[in-house]
Design a protein around this ligand. Structure first.
Ligand SMILES: [Zn+2]
Length: 253
């Protein structure tokens, strides 16, 4: 089951990646920065995958096993739907905290330093950000008693939307505006990667954009402006430095 799921996610990722290459990156793949950004994103993905395999997956399973089992004991459909909403909401809170709390920003900054937004940006999550995010998820899983099946389905849907909303694979704008009322899309997520810190403190949602509308973090210029990706105060770092910077005195600056 796990292997089957992983294979489909790999096919999905490379499907978007090659669509981007064919339709959107004709000129930019030749740029040296593009190759550097792929290297940085891949290295962060490998580091995060390693810590997941060694440690994070086990603590998530333990949190679920010894949890209250409250949601896991409801009917399967209700349990899974509620679990997905709760885990996505916890993700919204953690993501917002990662922008508003200086200690967390030093890890999340690495994701935002990417000056080229594409599907590979979704892989650029510093391994210590993944660690802290997983600790928060474990707490939520324990308190609400979320089952392993619901966790697996949520992680699959979260991956599909993270890859999609970072990608350059855009639908006709009127169609995307309707879609973005329900789920996150590339144009919805773009303001969040603007180099101006005022804009990147908006549109935090992973799967459901409703959280941004409820908690007043929806960017009113979504769909209306063009955006420049990265961070105005710093140039992007190379692959190795992206792992080290959060641990140095320059982290978060
Ligand atoms: Zn962010």
């Amino acid at each position: 089951m796990q292997l089957l799921k992983d294979n489909w996610l790999v096919i999905w990722f490379f499907g978007i990646f090659f669509l981007e290459l064919i339709f959107y990156h004709k000129n930019y793949v030749k740029r040296i920065e593009a190759k550097e950004h792929w290297k940085t994103n891949l290295l962060n993905f490998i580091a995060t995958k390693l810590i997941s395999i060694i440690f994070l997956i086990s603590i998530v399973n333990l949190a679920s096993k010894y949890s209250t089992h409250f949601l896991a004991n409801l009917s399967p459909l209700i349990s899974i739907v509620l679990s997905i909403f709760i885990l996505d909401f916890a993700g919204y809170i953690f993501h917002r905290a990662s922008h508003e709390i200086e200690f967390l920003w030093r890890f999340h900054e690495i994701h935002h330093l990417d000056e080229i937004l594409d599907v590979s940006t979704s892989l650029r999550v510093h391994f210590l950000e993944a660690f802290f995010h997983t600790l928060v998820s474990c707490l939520v899983i324990y308190i609400f008693g979320i089952g392993q099946e619901a966790i697996a389905i949520h992680s699959l849907i979260a991956f599909v939307f993270a890859t999609y909303h970072h990608s350059r694979f855009k639908l006709p704008i009127n169609l995307e505006k309707i879609l973005a009322l329900f789920v996150t899309t590339p144009s919805f997520h773009e303001p969040h990667h603007d180099e101006d810190i005022k804009n990147n403190q908006s549109n935090y949602a992973f799967i459901f954009p409703i959280w941004d509308r409820i908690f007043f973090t929806y960017n009113k210029r979504t769909f209306q402006s063009s955006w420049k990706f990265g961070l105005s105060y710093s140039k992007d770092v190379n692959a190795l430095n992206s792992l080290i910077k959060p641990l140095s005195k320059d982290g978060g600056k």
